[in-house]
Design a binder for this molecule. Structure first.
Ligand code: ADP
Length: 416
């Protein structure tokens, strides 16, 4: 039979272990630093059967320790009292990086009396352990005034376990807070950028409308050289309008405020209209543009204008990134009940590690400084946004630089 005192001790140890396990579960599931700190010191005071417990964290800028949480004493007042590293028990534990048990605090020369005086708390016994993150001491966990007798080795072990778990949990909570702050700041900047794009494109549209109007008028009314000049102005103004439209579309897609005007149409008809529109540009570079599609009409339900924009962006890129005399093929087919459109070129190709990046807004493989191909870097992100809104998917393939590229758009087939 186990003697009753031994069985009491066993029972106590089991309860302590259970509390430690609970503590670890809570620390792993809580990210609110204040709640974490409170829970740590409440558990510490409870398990060690003492009157008060506190956590002091090191402030690197000021080179002092600060009470961040306490039970059994006036927490608010404590928070205002810095504890120096030199001439304090907590400072000694911090610099020596090891636990300290003092069973008569007031007689200890390292005792920093100001704290007790200001909050009217008389410390008798104290156990303090360092809190470490990867061997670096970040603070001190203290338990004060053991109710029954003095602190012993078992208390040191328990508090050390709590301190090591607490240090990691506090560090994680701080990292999450820092991440949250960075995320909030990024969201703020993103909103600023969206607002700027919206305002800039809106403000540019009115004067551009005037330029377009007068250039059209001049081109039609004027004679000879002047009409030719007006034609150049008109072409540039139209290019500007398309850039502004891209910026507006991108903004609307990002803010999820795009309105779709869904209609049914054959993919063949959409691709033909895009090919017809861009054929002169391809011809100007002596490129061969071919459209391959089955006789059976492949119907899709989509915002036709926006879907045309997708294929225009892809074909425009194929033309721009393929040298003179190159070949571009548009191919539509039915695969597993879906409509597949492939735009294949034999142009400059795309490095494998860039195949996903190119769909990010403002992303271009060539840096802005060395680019020879112009463009805003938004065509593919607009295409991806629209295709996904229409329930489809889009991706790029390339064997690498100089080996051409293939863009695939898959859309649900409409079957009435
Ligand atoms: P932009 O063409 O205005 O730069 P896009 O979003 O349309 O913007 O394209 C992003 C980048 O993807 C391009 O700058 C280019 O580096 C790459 N890219 C797109 N299409 C092709 C293509 N057919 N061949 C090679 N590179 C391409």
């Amino acid at each position: 039979m186990i003697p009753s005192s031994q069985s009491e001790n066993l029972g106590k140890t089991a309860r302590q272990m259970e509390r430690l396990v609970n503590l670890s579960v809570t620390l792993n599931s809580t990210l609110d630093p204040d709640r974490l700190l409170r829970f740590i010191i409440e558990t510490a005071a409870d398990l060690l059967e003492c009157e008060a417990a506190s956590i002091l964290l090191y402030d690197e800028k000021r080179g002092e320790l600060f009470f961040t949480s306490a039970v059994g004493t006036d927490q608010q007042k404590l928070a205002e009292i810095p504890v120096p590293i030199e001439g304090s028990i907590a400072g000694t534990i911090f610099t020596q990086n090891r636990p300290l048990v003092i069973n008569d605090v007031e007689k200890d020369p390292r005792h920093y009396t100001q704290v007790g005086e200001q909050i009217q708390f008389r410390p008798r016994s104290l156990l303090g352990v360092p809190m470490r993150i990867r061997e670096k001491v970040t603070g001190v966990l203290e338990a004060l005034n053991k109710r029954d007798g003095g602190f012993d080795d078992a208390d040191v072990q328990i508090l050390s376990v709590i301190a090591s778990q607490a240090a990691v949990a506090i560090n994680n909570a701080r990292l999450v807070q820092a991440l949250q702050r960075a995320y909030d700041e990024l969201s703020r900047l993103d909103k600023l950028k969206s607002d700027f794009l919206a305002i800039a494109s809106h403000e540019l549209r009115t004067p551009l409308g005037v330029v377009l109007g007068y250039a059209t008028f001049l081109q039609e009314e004027a004679q000879g050289e002047i009409s030719e000049h007006a034609k150049v102005v008109l072409a540039s103004a139209l290019r500007m309008r398309s850039i502004i439209e891209s910026m507006t579309n991108l903004n609307l897609l990002q803010m999820m405020t795009v309105k779709l005007d869904l209609k049914t149409a054959a993919i063949q008809q959409i691709l033909k209209s895009v090919c017809d529109e861009l054929m002169p540009t391809a011809k100007a570079k002596c490129q061969m543009l071919t459209l391959e599609a089955p006789d059976e009409q492949l119907m899709v339900k989509a915002d036709i204008e926006k879907l045309e924009q997708v294929f225009k962006n892809l074909l425009n890129n194929a033309i721009r990134f393929t040298p003179e005399g190159g070949e571009i093929t548009f191919n539509a087919s039915l695969i597993h009940g879906e409509v597949w459109v492939k735009i294949k070129d034999n142009g400059i190709g795309i490095p494998k590690n860039e195949l996903e990046n190119i769909f990010k807004e403002f992303y271009q493989v060539e840096s802005h400084m060395t680019r020879r191909h112009g463009g805003l870097g938004v065509g593919l992100s607009i295409a991806k946004g629209i295709v996904e809104l229409l329930g489809g998917r889009i991706w790029a393939e390339s064997e690498g630089q100089g080996k051409g590229s293939t863009f695939t758009v898959v859309l649900p087939k409409y079957s009435g």
